[in-house]
Design a protein. Structure first.
Length: 95
């Protein structure tokens, strides 16, 4: 488990503690077609569809797809935040 002074921890427990997440292929937030990318809630890694250097294409999202977490941060904080991984609604199990 990361140290409580980890630079990535900036109050996310207020909105991510105990939430359900699903692992999915990135797609822009469905309620705002103007968004072309998102960032990991912890390390700010970029998620996007385009195949650009360092862009992530898969990750963990909240069920409303508003918040994204990269695989590395998921592994680092899963126990601390007590996330539950569930199947993505309306998607096949393979991303």
């Amino acid at each position: 488990m990361p140290d409580s002074n980890d630079w990535r921890l900036v109050g996310q427990e207020k909105y991510l503690q105990g939430v359900e997440l699903c692992f999915r292929k990135y797609r822009p937030y469905p309620k705002n077609a103007d968004w072309d990318h998102d960032h990991c809630e912890f390390c700010f890694a970029k998620f996007m569809i385009d195949d650009l250097p360092d862009a992530l294409h898969h990750g963990y999202s909240t069920l409303d797809e508003y918040r994204w977490i990269c695989a590395n941060c998921f592994e680092d904080f899963q126990e601390q935040f007590q996330w539950k991984v569930v199947p993505c609604v309306g998607e096949s199990s393979s991303c």
